[in-house]
Design a protein around this ligand. Structure first.
Ligand code: CA
Length: 526
């Protein structure tokens, strides 16, 4: 009798003692390899998930919180390169940008011939599907079914590409991605384990909520972050010279002063009924200075959090399907974002920086067969580890070329003694769209050493998160930190060597632009 590959893999893994919890009989495994549902949103800040307990209490996310309550919440999941495409390439390959070739959103194209975890799961007998945002330019590979948004996608009535064929849709993007995901789950071959990557566009800029969630907050006044009016004193030119402030960079589309063109007349009526009276009041008030920034922040929060309401609904529907189908116990459900996001901290929106709000991404995992419910974890983990974890959980060998590490021991409640104590980060995309200078750095549980490079005024900064949690004052060069700084510099060199980071930084994305020039405010940032 010929066994399916995934059965063989799980049995072999059990025999090697790598994975416990998979019980093998002589002819078949009593417990099959786990299913994997990977729910991935775009730009979802941990500050906007109630399970993370942000002091601003911006939103309740009961369905996303359920994953944390019934599983594990990672409090320090760090991304390798804090923007959309590079994060997705890292998730698929388990490699840094300099090894998978996808550095930035402006001129990178994913090489779909390289090894990815969906390909390896597919080869081991998994059914694989990706539905939603892809944003890697080339067509998906390693999936039995794919239905993706072209490029960045739009929120209302979005065109999609299904297995290479362009199709029309009607409705709201988050709902459509959820409907299609559930349809795929219902119609799958139920004799095989599955990988479903359900990848939302929301809550990406321009933060357009489902029409049912306009006025979801009843005109609530949102608490402001302490650093909304940061003046960047105590830091270098990169922080002063960026183009991503709520004050200067947000455009009329971001602020809903002009409506999106994709709305049908019926949808437009609902849109106008909410925004028009509020926009009229705004125009009449003729706000300036700090009052104008505050108004923009409030509008930003209404829209951004409204998008997350839709994502939370989606998570609830997927969890309900798993319950109803009797699949919950042996299905790994992940909720994560491609990176973090600034919700007004430092006066910013967007991501990119090594600073906490963009470096840290939400990461919640439920797997009732393995994970103790209600676990919280502060280990330095990363989107670099996702591929290795899924392969390990499925009993599929992890290729040595992958640069992360399986989280399976941590999911079982045991952090290996030699788990990473420091993490390497590198960002490349410059100067457009947000004029954030290329930088690399090393991060520990307490410190962060960052080096801004590629411009004539290269410089470094050192932050002590314990003394300065908002990262407002570099202590580089201070006598009290000399030993810490030396240790971090050595660690950074060690990591660059181990990870095979090239000495020469890759070229900028769009040649040379004058330092201090601002980008086009109409630019829709990837
Ligand atoms: Ca993103």
């Amino acid at each position: 009798m010929r066994l399916p590959l995934f059965v063989l893999a799980a049995c072999l893994t059990m025999a090697c003692g790598v994975v416990s919890g998979v019980v093998c009989g002589v002819a078949r495994c009593a417990t099959p390899p786990p299913n994997i549902v990977f729910i991935f949103s775009d730009d979802h800040a941990y500050q906007a998930i109630s399970a993370y307990g942000d002091p601003r209490h911006l939103i309740e996310t009961p369905n996303i919180d359920r994953i944390a309550r019934e599983g594990i919440r990672f409090d320090r999941c760090l991304v390798t390169n804090s923007i959309c495409g590079p994060s997705r390439a890292t998730v698929l390959t388990g490699k840094y940008s300099h090894r998978n070739g996808f550095y930035n959103n402006t001129n990178s194209r994913f090489d779909g011939t390289q090894t990815t975890f969906p390909k390896l799961l597919q080869a081991a007998g998994y059914q694989t599907a990706i539905i939603g945002k892809w944003h890697l330019e080339s067509d998906p590979t390693g999936f039995d079914f794919w239905q993706i948004l072209p490029g960045q996608g739009v929120y209302y009535n979005p065109p999609m590409i299904r297995n290479g064929q362009r199709i029309k849709t009607n409705g709201y993007v988050t709902d459509i991605i959820t409907d299609e995901s559930l349809k795929w789950l219902q119609n799958r071959d139920k004799t095989k384990p599955f990988l479903l990557m359900c990848q939302h566009k929301a809550p990406h800029r321009e933060w357009e909520p489902a029409l049912r969630y306009l006025n979801h907050d009843n005109d609530r006044h949102y608490p402001e972050p302490e650093t909304l009016f940061d003046n960047y004193n105590g830091r270098g030119i990169a922080e002063h010279d960026q183009d991503m402030t709520i004050e200067k960079t947000m455009n009329p589309k971001d602020l809903k002063l002009t409506p999106p063109p994709q709305l049908t007349p019926e949808q437009r009526q609902l849109w106008d009924a909410y925004y028009e009276p509020r926009n009229a009041a705004f125009r009449k008030a003729n706000l300036t200075g700090a009052d104008l920034v505050r108004w923009k922040y409030q509008r930003y929060m209404h829209d951004y959090l409204g998008c997350i309401k839709g994502v939370d609904d989606s998570v609830g529907r997927v969890l309900k399907y798993l319950d109803d189908a009797g699949l919950a116990a042996n299905t790994i459900v992940v909720y994560a974002s491609d990176q973090g996001f600034f919700l007004g901290e430092h006066g910013w929106f967007d991501k990119r920086w090594i600073f906490e709000e963009s470096l840290r991404t939400p990461f919640l995992v439920r797997w009732p067969a393995v994970i103790k419910p209600g676990t919280a974890n502060k280990n330095l983990v990363s989107n670099l580890d996702f591929a290795e974890t899924f392969l390990d959980a499925a009993g599929v060998p992890i290729p040595t070329e992958m640069q992360g590490r399986s989280l399976l021991p941590i999911l079982k409640g045991i952090t290996p003694m030699d788990w990473r104590k420091s993490f390497y980060y590198q960002y490349y995309e410059y100067p457009v769209p947000h004029h954030v200078r290329p930088h690399y750095g090393v991060v520990t549980d307490r410190y962060k050493l960052v080096h801004f490079y590629g411009t004539p005024d290269d410089y470094s900064e050192l932050f002590d998160l314990q003394q300065d949690p908002h990262e407002l004052h570099s202590v580089l060069g201070q006598a009290d930190y000399r030993a810490v700084q030396q240790g971090l510099e050595q660690d950074m060199q060690r990591l660059r060597t181990e990870l095979q980071v090239p000495d020469n930084a890759p070229p900028r994305t769009f040649g040379n632009r004058p330092i201090g020039a601002t980008t086009n405010p109409q630019q829709n940032a990837p």
